[in-house]
Design a protein around this ligand. Structure first.
Ligand SMILES: [Zn+2]
Length: 76
């Protein structure tokens, strides 16, 4: 098994969407680790409007998160 973790910030929302959309497509080939067990790790891709550069935390309601289980949770 091989693992990829990406956490990048972009000034341009379109650039963030490009990486998010590519990673979201790749989730179709990705696996979860120890699924259904106490130590399961569900793969995910998430995108949000980040406020850390303004000194604020990021409100959870603006998250877009796609899990490897193909559940798509959009809270906006
Ligand atoms: Zn943030």
């Amino acid at each position: 098994m091989f693992r990829v973790r990406i956490d990048e910030s972009f000034e341009d929302e379109a650039d963030a969407k490009t990486l998010f959309d590519f990673a979201s497509k790749m989730r179709a080939k990705a696996s979860n680790i120890n699924e259904g067990k106490d130590n399961e790790e569900i793969g995910f891709v998430e995108r949000h409007e980040c406020k850390h550069n303004e000194g604020f935390s990021c409100p959870p309601e603006i998250f877009v998160k796609v899990e490897v289980e193909r559940k798509i949770r959009v809270i906006k």
